[in-house]
Write a protein that binds this ligand. Structure first.
Ligand SMILES: Cc1cc2nc3c(=O)[nH]c(=O)nc-3n(C[C@H](O)[C@H](O)[C@H](O)COP(=O)(O)OP(=O)(O)OC[C@H]3O[C@@H](n4cnc5c(N)ncnc54)[C@H](O)[C@@H]3O)c2cc1C
Length: 406
């Protein structure tokens, strides 16, 4: 039995080393000069490899429950044992995120590559697949310079995110040509562009903020964490955490707005009480000084401009209505989101091969026997926190097991 694995990322490597060592002929093709470039870049080079709190709730797509059989088969404990077997020791953080104990993504990529080679997988790098067909002899895999035949093909070409690391749309093209439907990809875990120019003047300021995502005026998600103002808009962990819903909604032409809560330890009444107290006790201070008591000075200046308040007036001149308006803006300052920062800067992509046409218990196509899928090529995207890599491992593992049992 000859197997071609297209894509040497997390999913392709895991499938290869799971199916390997059983007398099968396995060729793995990777267009980059080395396998696992996204593994190397993940978690800022530390690789947030998995999470101990795994469930379909942390995944998105037309049918998030598609992930359940793969996660059950390869839950965190099974994954941990698997890693130990290849001398990769994991470190579980208090919030459930998992990293290699070495704190280095390189150790993950190196272990996967070493193990795949050890079980007899042939790895071809700088070898881009340009087309896949099927005829009576099996699958025809076309390269720029040659054509090869295989009994089984696994598409593990990832997503369009981060093209500089190998992100590509090739796999979706192959899937479509073979008769699969695809949900148009959209960037996720990515910064957001805001309307207006205010952000340019506060670019570089980092704060702890609460974020509310409004889609067509309705609250869709709330998060809290680091928020970084950038020249184009906003980034940081709290933004990445709302970016999947924001990006999907934008791709459907919906109106997307984000509300920034810049003093997340206080509710609106608490902020009002605070500014009233400050205004009363220090009535000689100016509005800019009042806001600077709890906001970054650049942000405070922009907020006063937005509210049409003269920064050098006296706080004594601010009536209760205006103080209420300040409290409302501090706790829910609304900005229109016009687009995401794009695939180049995205960690992942939503959309992909429609999962209803793939058997979630085997990862085999329901349309083309012998064709398998694993990883981000599928219409599944996970939350930040190790969920995307874990789905790549789990779906790759399941595909590897199924292919070797055919
Ligand atoms: C900067 C960054 C940081 C990230 N950090 C994390 C993190 O900490 N935790 C986490 O869980 N997730 C993280 N992710 C997401 C995670 O890396 C991906 O979800 C995961 O790698 C997907 O695995 P995959 O095997 O499906 O795809 P990939 O890893 O993208 O592998 C697909 C491979 O296929 C190759 N390929 C594509 N087309 C062809 C072709 N025609 N011929 C030959 N080869 C081809 C590509 O070059 C690529 O190497 C991060 C992503 C990025 C970009």
């Amino acid at each position: 039995m000859k197997i071609a694995i297209i894509g040497g990322g997390a999913a392709g490597l895991m499938a290869a080393l799971t199916a390997g060592g059983k007398g099968l002929h396995i060729d793995l093709y990777e267009q980059n000069s080395e396998v696992g470039k996204k593994i190397l870049a993940s978690g800022n080079g530390r690789c947030n490899i998995s999470n101990t709190n795994l469930s379909a709730e942390h995944y998105h797509g037309e049918d998030p429950s598609f992930v359940t059989p793969a996660l059950k088969r390869f839950d965190y404990k099974a994954f941990e044992r698997f890693c130990e077997d290849m001398a990769l020791i994991l470190d579980v953080k208090s919030d459930g995120r998992v990293y290699p104990l070495s704190n280095e993504a390189k150790s993950v990529q190196a272990a996967m590559r070493r193990e795949a080679l050890r079980v007899g997988v042939k790895i071809f790098t700088e070898k881009r697949v340009v087309g896949i067909g099927k005829d009576t002899n099996g699958f025809v895999v076309r390269f720029e310079d040659e054509t090869k035949y295989y009994d089984i093909v696994l598409l593990a070409t990832g997503s369009a995110a981060a093209p500089q690391l190998g992100g590509s749309l090739d796999g979706l093209r192959f899937a479509k040509e073979l008769g699969h439907e695809v949900v148009e990809p959209y960037p996720t875990l990515v910064g957001l562009h805001l309307a207006g120019r205010l952000q340019e003047r506060v670019a570089g300021v980092k704060v702890d903020a609460g974020l509310t995502l409004y889609v067509d005026g309705r609250v869709t998600k709330r998060t809290r964490g680091d928020l970084l103002f950038t020249r184009y808009g906003i980034s940081g962990f709290s933004v990445l955490d709302i970016s999947t819903e924001a990006s999907l909604s934008l791709s459907k032409g919906k109106s997307v707005t984000v509300g920034l809560h810049l003093l997340p330890g206080y509710d609106r009444q608490g902020v009002l009480a605070l500014i009233e107290r400050l205004a009363k006790r220090s009535y000689r201070i100016k509005p800019q000084e009042l806001l600077q008591a709890f906001l970054n000075s650049k942000v405070a200046k922009e907020m006063l401009k937005f509210l049409n308040i003269e920064p050098t007036a006296s706080v004594a001149e601010l009536d209760r209505k205006l103080l209420r308006k300040i409290a409302a803006t501090v706790t829910d300052w609304r900005f229109s989101v016009i687009q995401t920062h794009g695939f180049k800067h995205a960690e992942c992509a939503g959309g992909g091969v429609l999962t209803k046409d793939v058997d979630s218990k085997t990862m085999e196509s329901k349309k083309i026997p012998g064709l398998y899928f694993a990883g981000e090529i599928l219409d599944i995207v996970g939350d930040r926190g190790g969920y995307n890599l874990h789905f790549a491992w789990a779906s790759g593992h399941l595909a590897g097991l199924s292919m070797s049992r055919r």
